[in-house]
Design a protein around this ligand. Structure first.
Ligand SMILES: Cc1ncc(COP(=O)(O)O)c(C=O)c1O
Length: 438
């Protein structure tokens, strides 16, 4: 039964998550490529809960307490900036090659809070703008909306590079009296496209932003999930001028319910140590009135797991990495078999990691089409327009392959391909590529 079609022609950025959960709820038989949740197959909650004890012992030794004093400390309100900063500093040094001090880190309630705090701290004046690659992660669009921050799109050029369009976008915004304060990027395995920014493009973006005092917010959420190919250096590790704030999370490497993430602010913001201290102070002031501090139990769990793992997540993510790679392979294979000989206009990328892939279609695919797929073909895919800051993404969809089995991936793609073939056949009969409700 088709329930949601009328009234869902337009889904607002703040309504997307509700819309998605309604569709998934209404069509429980549908295979969903919609959500970028990590697989639950490797959640090891018993071991991770046990790691709280590892942290407690470490904390007690560090401060000369007994373990019961350490336990009481954990149960109490905590320092706004965080409890496990030194351990996180060691982990990003080991896993991402990023050198920082514990004082440069604010531990947050997931990457989402880190992002929201940075947007608010950067944009305090009318006309302040944040740029984001278009399309972009819904979480940053929502956080900007709630904070009243203008988010402006930067579109990738045909070769996928951003530096050229970035230059033009900034010039156009300046001409309109806007002040560009930041650039939000997911350089490794972007959500929603799966794209990776090339090293020369990273270098050009860094030089440009350093010249213009534009802070780069580098979201590293999927950085640990490379299946193959050479790792690219994080922007923060290439940064010599204090341009990059590095945003991290343990939601995908451990599990989302820990709600632990971080923002790492450079020692000097554009060469200014006082500006960096001020930024950190402003972030933690905001946090102290928003969430007070990040749960110390949850920090202790993450800290304990990291200590037990020698402050590196590489070993722990290996089975999940293999799981995601197998799903990516199944997706590529089924797409090639079911759509490889279809008419021009259907294309997809081949991500070397991460959770997402994007497919380009020769017709518009909107919210109502998502509902039609769910109700008639038992498959859910996300219109890329949900992630878009303008109308340029109407012919694309995002497929998330992180929380399905290989069998579900195969069956889901068969169903989506059937929808596409039927839609193309309709086009042959009726003669125009329009949305299916038009
Ligand atoms: C790119 C990106 N950044 C941030 C987040 C939010 O992460 P967290 O659970 O740490 O708030 C997500 C979640 O899917 C994401 O895809």
């Amino acid at each position: 039964m088709q329930k949601l079609m009328p009234g869902y022609e337009n889904v607002s950025p703040l309504g997307v998550m509700n819309f998605l959960s309604e569709v998934e709820f209404d069509y429980p038989k549908a295979i969903s490529f919609a959500s970028g949740r990590p697989t639950e197959s490797f959640f090891d909650l018993d071991a991770w809960l046990g790691a709280i004890g590892v942290f407690q012992k470490h904390d007690a030794e560090l401060h000369g307490y007994d373990t019961s004093a350490s336990a009481r400390r954990l149960a109490q309100y905590g320092r706004t900036g965080g409890l496990i900063n030194a351990i996180v500093a060691a982990q990003v040094a080991n896993d991402d090659g990023l050198t920082c001090t514990p004082e440069q880190i604010v531990i947050t309630n997931g990457c989402q809070e880190a992002m929201a705090l940075c947007l608010q701290t950067l944009c305090c004046h009318p006309g302040d703008v944040i740029l984001a690659r278009n399309p972009t992660y819904i979480g940053v669009t929502g956080a900007a909306r709630l904070a009243g921050v203008e988010l402006a799109p930067v579109d990738a050029a045909a070769d996928g590079s951003l530096a050229g369009t970035l230059r033009r976008t900034v010039a156009a915004l300046h001409a309109r009296g806007k002040r560009v304060r930041g650039l939000y990027l997911i350089p490794e395995f972007d959500n929603p496209t799966g794209a990776v920014i090339s090293v020369p493009d990273r270098e050009a973006i860094l030089v440009f932003c350093a010249e213009r005092n534009i802070v780069i917010l580098e979201d590293s959420t999927y950085g640990m999930f490379r299946f193959e190919g050479d790792a690219r250096p994080a922007l923060a590790t290439l940064d010599t001028s204090g341009t990059v704030i590095y945003l991290g999370t343990y939601s995908k490497t451990l599990c989302p319910s820990v709600r632990v993430g971080s923002a790492i602010v450079p020692k000097t913001l554009f060469g200014d140590a006082a500006a960096s201290r001020e930024f950190l102070a402003s972030m933690t002031e905001r946090k102290s009135f928003l969430t007070v501090n990040t749960s110390q139990f949850n920090q202790a769990l993450v800290g304990g797991v990291l200590l037990a793992e020698g402050c590196s997540l590489r070993r722990l993510v290996r089975p999940a990495l293999e799981f995601y790679r197998r799903n990516r392979d199944a997706l590529m294979e089924r797409l090639a078999v079911t759509l490889g000989t279809s008419p021009a206009g259907i294309r997809w990328n081949h991500p070397q990691g991460g959770f997402f892939l994007s497919v380009e279609l020769p017709f518009r695919f909107e919210a109502c089409d998502m509902v039609r797929c769910a109700s008639e073909y038992d498959v859910i895919v996300m219109p890329m327009s949900f992630f878009s800051l303008d109308d340029s993404q109407a012919n694309r969809v995002r497929l998330a392959f992180s929380n399905l089995s290989v069998e579900q991936v195969g069956a889901g793609i068969e169903r989506f391909a059937a929808y596409i073939h039927d839609r193309l056949a309709q086009e042959t009969v009726y003669g125009s590529f329009t949305s299916s409700v038009n």
